[in-house]
Design a protein around this ligand. Sequence first.
Ligand code: ZN
Length: 174
Amino acid sequence: MTFSLRSLISRLFGRPPDLAIPAGLWRELLQGLRLRGGNYRESGAFLLGPKSDFRKITSIVFYDEIDPAAFDTGIIEIDGGAMADLWRICRERDAAVMADVHTHPYGAGQSETDRIHPMIAEPGHLAMIVPRFAAEPIRLEEIGLYRYLGHFRWALLRSSLLRPTLRIEGTVHG
Ligand SMILES: [Zn+2]
């Protein structure tokens, strides 16, 4: 009950979230990460959406869809050549990469590797980290969301009532 009231207040008076994902895609994303990680290795995906200031996700590209070996070492590594496939998919879908997401075995803090290797090195790009290999239950407040500022610096995004970071659309949760 308190959740839906919070959500209602933020929708009525708040600013758009940093990232919005329809509930169906969110489920697909978490299931896909879980399946690929098998609860023992990291998995990840690019989140695509139309080019606009408001980052709304409309499709997912799991890393192994462009590089079948991406998860093989347990630490995510994508072959540089595979990025050409990503840009082709973006063109086909008339979309851009809004964010990337990957899992961690424990918490959602950025590792040194995460900080110095942005998947997309463009200021404004968002990186999401889902703890515990995306095992259920997933609580939104446990998810790490970081905005790339350039020069290997990042801002941790913090949610507030009037400024949600991540919004799953089509559910009562803000
Ligand atoms: Zn990481």
